[in-house]
Design a protein around this ligand. Structure first.
Ligand SMILES: C[S@@+](CC[C@H](N)C(=O)[O-])C[C@H]1O[C@@H](n2cnc3c(N)ncnc32)[C@H](O)[C@@H]1O
Length: 281
């Protein structure tokens, strides 16, 4: 089977991310069941890495459908262009030169200003698997605006997160989670200050507010993950599915739209989890 041949060499992906084929197939199921992805649709994979989601999609999308993926890390894009596109010409991979201290420390442009290289209302379905888990608030705000711009009206997005809410914050505070989110910068969190992009969590209520302002209606329930040792979970990360219900006027500056002050620039230790998330004593 062609999917079996399309497994990249181990040095191109992190073994810690789980089995390449198993996770890809797990997510194809989520795209179909939660995201209602149809074989003829136009798909964008933001932060496509080394094609972990693209490979199973080659067996699902038909000739009418299409797949575009972009990433900031060259080796994965090169592998996908070399192995996937020649067999599946409706699968295209794009390299963008954006800065991320963990994935592309030599990147020259900031993700907070990046325009996705596609016209308005191009895609039926956009997904980000384990990408906002490596991006800060301001970058995520810009990407969410770009997702809304490039989605067709009624189109869906599926995005994975580490969401901080009362339950997960309590588990973090009790040191039960797989990730010790102990530093905060505005509404995002990391387990380290050296390369905080290595793992980033986001405050759930801030994400919900952002999606609402961007005309993306979150489809309830959010499918929480077991990264924080929850007893009930769907996958490892939290999964948010949303539908585009409005077009945001392009002329409105993002920060004014969100009425946000520029976030502080440094991660600092979190000392007040209980107060922040109203965790009972
Ligand atoms: C944990 S990997 C996940 C890759 C892929 N989505 C998957 O599930 O296999 C995170 C990916 O996000 C990419 N990334 C980080 N910042 C990005 C940005 N600003 N825009 C696009 N991709 C980004 C990284 O290069 C990396 O490939």
């Amino acid at each position: 089977m062609v999917q079996d041949e399309l497994v990249p060499p181990e040095e191109l992906y992190y073994k810690g991310d789980g089995d390449f084929a198993w996770v890809g197939n797990e997510f194809l199921g989520f795209f179909r069941e939660l995201g209602k992805l149809q074989p003829h649709e136009k798909v964008l994979d933001v932060g496509c890495g080394v094609g972990r989601m693209a490979v199973p999609l080659t067996g699902y999308l038909n000739a009418q459908g299409s797949y575009d993926g972009f990433d900031i890390a060259k080796p994965g894009i090169d592998w996908c262009r070399d192995k996937i596109t020649p067999r599946f010409p409706n699968f295209r991979f794009h390299l963008v030169d954006l800065y991320n201290k963990f994935y592309n420390p030599r990147g020259t442009m900031q993700p907070s200003r990046f325009k996705f290289p596609f016209p308005d209302q191009t895609f039926d379905f956009i997904f980000l698997t384990s990408v906002f888990t490596h991006m800060f608030t301001r970058d995520m705000e810009n990407y969410t605006q770009e997702i809304c711009r490039t989605l067709k009206m009624g189109g869906r997005c599926l995005i994975t997160f580490f969401l901080l809410n009362r339950e997960s914050a309590r588990l973090v505070q009790e040191a039960k989670t797989t990730i010790a989110f102990q530093f905060a910068m505005g509404s995002c969190y990391s387990n380290q200050t050296e390369i905080p992009e290595a793992v980033v969590g986001h405050d759930e209520s801030s994400v919900a507010k952002l999606f609402d302002k961007m005309g993306l209606e979150i489809q309830q329930p959010i499918h929480y993950g077991n990264w924080c040792a929850r007893p009930k979970f769907l996958s490892y990360q939290d999964i948010v599915v949303a539908r585009k219900t409005q077009t945001i006027p392009r002329t409105l500056p993002l920060l004014r739209l969100l009425q946000l002050a520029p976030p502080p620039r440094k991660f600092r230790p979190v000392r007040n989890w209980k107060k922040l998330y109203k965790i009972p004593a």
